[in-house]
Design a protein around this ligand. Structure first.
Ligand SMILES: *[C@@H]1O[C@H](CO)[C@@H](O)[C@H](O)[C@H]1NC(C)=O
Ligand SMILES: *[C@@H]1O[C@H](CO)[C@@H](O)[C@H](O)[C@H]1NC(C)=O
Ligand SMILES: *[C@@H]1O[C@H](CO)[C@@H](O)[C@H](O)[C@H]1NC(C)=O
Ligand SMILES: *[C@@H]1O[C@H](CO)[C@@H](O)[C@H](O)[C@H]1NC(C)=O
Ligand SMILES: *[C@@H]1O[C@H](CO)[C@@H](O)[C@H](O)[C@H]1NC(C)=O
Ligand SMILES: *[C@@H]1O[C@H](CO)[C@@H](O)[C@H](O)[C@H]1NC(C)=O
Ligand SMILES: *[C@@H]1O[C@H](CO)[C@@H](O)[C@H](O)[C@H]1NC(C)=O
Ligand SMILES: *[C@@H]1O[C@H](CO)[C@@H](O)[C@H](O)[C@H]1NC(C)=O
Length: 518
């Protein structure tokens, strides 16, 4: 659903998706219930990673970061060998992908499909916990000429997995753009674009037969942007609503408080129209940009934070959708890193939860929702000296920190990495951060009589690494070659977002309007 990148960089255009993977459903046909016993069956939140990042960090550092953030499921937009290697013997589950440009080869040759599985799955499994293969991305809408090859490619790959006896552990599916579904609102009237049924119906039958999910890239942000004044912002952002603001489906009388739930149920109704009732929806991409140009006034840090925080809570609350309260779709947040190399509009470069150097763009508000990201994001904080404070108070605080406070001040001694700039403020910042980290960021440990402040921006500079960033830093945060794979071709996965399609898809959004008493 992202706009095509026009980045001319030859590297870093590989897409990886980090996600908290594993599919949700049991293998029993015609049951919708999730296996209760295994932790693998819990709905999860994952994070997509794009790598159009100017200073991309090495695979091993990315993996350390994932572990620190307790991100336990990963999806790559390809099958980067270095990342798969780095993920070995971690508990991180990974879904790998077949880029669109490989569909032709794989869809037309069983041998090619088998060798793809050998090279990218069998060679790593089970040391690397590969849990899924997503085949192509938004193929039916992005590269319609490849549509006839999609199912053959999926089937060939599946057959190769069967030969290796890995088909029960590793699921195969393909992500769709939201625009394959028409008349999403009200959800009960939604249906798959009939011109695509010839591909979608057999695909759904395959998913049903193999217990695989229907993957959908769903962006309430775009629905909202294309239907301003019709879709209330609060519905798009999962904010708690007064009953009068809930959307009511006139056919089912189901109440919708969020656009995402309506989109998910639209997918269920669309499948039901084709008599498919046992395939679970998985949201392969969803998110909200934190910054945009003048035409994107709703791309703000607050909205992005609200959307993603509420999205995480929504999944972890396991409340399902109005139509299927028993089934909560897993969601992969788009995306882990801001991709600064992406071309305008500005929002394109601002979908990330983190900057490419691991600094959070904003702190999610998900405390109480378990272990994912919430507190760990908040952990990426540092204590530094405030600007414009009295030098003598600062000096006294520095002396206290390095003395009685027992901060580790060795790095600010002459000749050490953090000695320069040689001034009280810099030295105090280092000492404060050392103390703060040593105290486990306890409340009150970043005060120093009011001359210290907490920041989420890593104060490290040059070769000087601050105590709070030590765990992640590897001194050389240089762009690395190792994540460079099928860059150029991969870029083609991004369909230009077609506002026309959406307007058509959501023309019956008037329903919101009609159902919302003034
Ligand atoms: C730092 O980089 C070195 C060399 O590239 C690598 O061997 C090491 O594992 C890295 N450390 C971390 C924590 O990523
Ligand atoms: C691949 O194998 C399947 C099942 O063995 C067979 O039906 C199909 O025709 C083969 N496809 C190609 C392109 O050889
Ligand atoms: C349905 O799909 C066809 C084929 O891709 C496309 O040409 C058409 O515009 C789509 N219809 C709508 C209403 O989006
Ligand atoms: C779905 O089932 C109904 C009733 O059995 C049947 O009339 C209809 O043709 C089926 N539709 C498809 C797409 O199979
Ligand atoms: C996250 O923070 C909340 C509130 O401070 C706390 O209740 C919860 O236990 C924390 N979770 C983790 C995993 O530390
Ligand atoms: C102080 O920091 C330096 C540099 O990071 C480190 O080498 C040293 O072991 C630390 N000393 C103590 C007592 O932790
Ligand atoms: C976050 O900080 C708390 C308090 O210092 C610590 O107990 C916890 O282990 C940290 N989490 C991570 C992922 O580092
Ligand atoms: C990166 O890879 C390219 C092509 O594989 C190679 O020409 C270049 O020297 C590499 N750069 C580094 C820094 O390794």
């Amino acid at each position: 659903m992202r706009k095509q990148s026009s980045s001319s960089s030859s590297m870093a255009s590989t897409k990886l998706t980090l996600l908290l993977t594993t599919f949700l459903f049991s293998s029993l046909p015609f049951t919708f219930s999730q296996a209760k016993s295994s932790e693998d069956s819990e709905p999860y939140v994952g994070v997509n990673i794009g790598t159009d990042v100017s200073k991309l960090i090495s695979p091993s550092e990315i993996v350390s970061f994932l572990q620190a953030q307790k991100i336990s499921h990963v999806r790559l937009y390809d099958a980067d060998q270095d990342i798969l290697k780095s993920l070995a013997r971690t508990k991180i589950r990974v879904m790998i992908s077949v880029p669109n440009n490989q569909l032709l080869a794989i869809g037309s040759s069983n041998t090619t499909a088998a060798s793809w599985i050998d090279r990218n799955v069998v060679a790593f499994y089970p040391e690397t916990l590969i849990t899924g293969v997503s085949v192509g991305d938004e193929v039916l809408t992005t590269v319609p000429s490849s549509s006839p090859l999609l199912l053959p490619a999926i089937e060939s790959l599946y057959n190769a997995l069967v030969s290796s006896n890995l088909h029960t552990q590793i699921k195969i599916s393909t992500p769709h753009a939201a625009s394959v579904i028409l008349d999403t609102f009200p959800p009960s009237q939604a249906f798959f674009n009939q011109s695509l049924t010839q591909y979608i119906l057999p695909l759904l039958q395959f998913l049903s037969k193999t217990g695989s999910p229907l993957m959908m890239n769903l962006y309430p942000y775009y629905v909202f942007m294309q239907n301003k004044g019709v879709v209330p912002l609060d519905n798009a952002l999962f904010k708690p609503l007064t009953p009068s603001k809930e959307m009511v489906d006139p056919n089912t009388l189901l109440h919708y408080t969020s656009v995402l739930d309506a989109m998910i149920d639209a997918a269920y109704f669309s499948m039901k129209n084709l008599n498919i009732t046992d395939v679970v929806v998985q949201v392969s991409e969803s998110g909200w940009p934190s910054k945009g140009d003048s035409k994107e006034p709703y791309a703000t840090i607050d909205n992005a934070d609200t959307y993603n925080s509420n999205l995480i809570k929504h999944v972890l609350d396991r409340s399902g959708t109005p139509l299927h309260p028993e089934t909560t779709s897993s969601v992969y947040i788009y995306e882990l890193f801001n991709e600064d190399l992406r071309s305008p509009p500005l929002s394109e470069a601002n979908w990330g939860l983190f900057y490419g150097n691991f600094t959070p763009v904003y702190l999610l508000h998900v405390s109480g929702s378990g272990t994912f990201l919430a507190n760990d994001t908040t952990n990426l904080t540092y204590c530094i000296a405030m600007d414009g404070v009295d030098q003598r108070t600062l000096q006294a605080a520095l002396d206290w920190a390095c003395g009685p406070g027992r901060a580790n001040c060795s790095e600010i001694q002459p000749g050490e990495d953090c000695y320069y700039p040689n001034n009280v403020k810099n030295h105090a910042s280092y000492a404060f951060d050392s103390y703060y980290q040593k105290e486990g960021k306890a409340a009150g440990s970043c005060d120093f009589k009011g001359v210290a402040t907490i920041t989420t921006t890593d104060p490290s500079h040059g070769s000087c690494t601050f105590p709070g960033s030590k765990k992640m830093s590897n001194k050389t945060k240089q762009a690395v070659n190792s994540t460079h794979i099928s860059g150029a071709a991969e870029r083609s996965r991004f369909i230009a977002f077609s506002s026309k399609e959406l307007v058509v898809s959501f023309s019956s959004l008037l329903f919101f309007h009609l159902m919302t008493p003034c």
